[in-house]
Design a protein around this ligand. Structure first.
Ligand SMILES: Cc1ncc(COP(=O)(O)O)c(C=O)c1O
Length: 395
């Protein structure tokens, strides 16, 4: 019998995980309910002993959320998935559910600001030892993993300047050292990079980004083997309240149906925008994994099946010039969100990565001239015209 797992990606994203109620609805049902009822007190007691498979409370699980989780698991090729209220709830929960005082985490230092804060400020308060290294350097991973570690955490491409980590090579080193590998796969999107196939153990998303894709809702997801997601993460998730709302899960479930179309069109726009910026005299450098000027372009070709919609570039000028450029944009919005159908530009130095010290920003190569651009679904002609006139306006 053909199952959801046998379908191609586009089919999985339209059909996968659908559970029709007795009303035979075409579109997936939205179960806006906090609780569920039982036929008897005995049934309720059995449900709380996990002896019967039934929903008990939407902080634990919900039928709409379950459809979203099953569809995401099919997309990722993961045994199990749990959806969370935000991407940061996914990152924090996936780390905190398995760490205790004295454990050591090795991470690539090129991280989203909030992930950096979890690793450098929150976990160390509880006695977890964290070491941040240059994730592009395999020798640095090897050296760091000579000391026992419980977990490896990385982001590739990284936010905001799109550094890559060789995921397969780092997984080999981590596994030899007995550590599990968590990958925050937001920038690549689940379509263009498959960390589990590259050897990772756990994959994390902010579904706020490409998966919603229209800038409406917050959400996140943790995916991996059932022995991790169901046995280690789920007990933590249930008790600490990381659940996503059924409404958010429903919107994102429907968004998954169009994910491949949206991300492919955004990626093609990003390719054209990168080519335009590369040739512009007021642009000092661009960082786009799909452009052959990216120092890790060969690695990108090896581990990504598409290069995504995110890019960063340095204006030829200081922070004031970068601000003049952003303020001169007429179509592209100034916003720190990403993956939206609307093109969004931000200045990471003073926004997403403002909490980092000068030394940390310098080590990550985040300069006051950097602009991060999330390319949307507008026509590339209008996007390039907007960039061109804003670059002309900086003088
Ligand atoms: C790489 C990365 N990870 C995690 C997050 C956090 O996601 P959320 O804002 O949904 O909590 C973000 C958000 O920008 C991100 O860019």
């Amino acid at each position: 019998m053909v199952t959801d797992k046998d379908y191609q990606i586009a089919t999985k994203l339209v059909r996968g995980g659908q559970h029709r109620s007795e009303n035979r609805e075409t579109s997936e049902a939205l179960y806006m309910t906090s609780g569920f009822v039982y036929d008897s007190a005995e049934q309720a007691a059995a449900a709380f002993r996990d002896e019967i498979d039934t929903f008990v409370y939407s902080r634990y699980g919900n039928p709409t959320v379950k459809m979203f989780e099953q569809r995401l698991a099919l997309l990722e090729g993961a045994e199990a998935c749990r959806a969370t209220g935000t991407g940061m709830a996914a990152v924090f929960g996936a780390l905190a559910c398995q760490l205790k005082s004295g454990d050591r985490v090795v991470a690539s230092r090129a991280l989203f600001g909030a992930c950096h804060a979890i690793l450098t400020k929150i976990l160390p308060k509880w006695g977890v030892i964290t070491e941040l290294i240059d994730g592009t350097d395999l020798a640095a991973w090897q050296a760091a993993l000579e000391t026992p570690a419980k977990l490896v955490f990385l982001e590739s491409p990284s936010n905001p300047v799109l550094e890559l980590v060789d995921i397969a090579a780092v997984c080999d080193l981590a596994h030899d050292a007995g550590a599990l590998v968590l990958v925050d796969n937001v920038f690549a999107s689940p379509l263009y990079q498959k960390p589990l196939e590259l050897g990772a153990d756990i994959v994390i998303y902010s579904t706020t980004k490409h998966i919603d894709g229209q800038g409406r809702l917050l959400g996140g997801a943790v995916l991996g083997k059932a022995s991790f997601v169901e046995d280690v993460f789920l007990p933590f998730y249930r008790q600490t309240g990381a659940a996503i709302s059924a409404f958010n899960a429903w919107v994102m479930l429907k968004s998954l149906e169009t994910l491949p179309l949206r991300v492919a069109a955004q990626t093609e726009n990003a390719r054209q925008v990168a080519a335009f910026l590369y040739n512009h005299p007021k642009v000092k450098s661009i960082s786009y994994p799909g452009h052959d000027s990216h120092p890790q372009h060969d690695l990108a070709k090896r581990q990504m099946s598409g290069f995504g919609n995110m890019l960063a570039f340095e204006i030829d000028g200081d922070q004031a010039v970068a601000f003049r450029f952003l303020n001169a944009l007429a179509l592209i919005d100034i916003s720190n969100n990403l993956g939206d159908s609307k093109s969004l530009a931000c200045h990471p130095f003073t926004t997403t990565h403002a909490n980092l010290s000068d030394a940390d920003r310098a080590s990550l190569n985040i300069t006051p001239s950097h602009i991060r651009l999330s390319v949307g679904l507008e026509d590339k002609i209008d996007l390039i015209a907007d960039l061109e006139s804003a670059l002309a306006a900086i003088g």
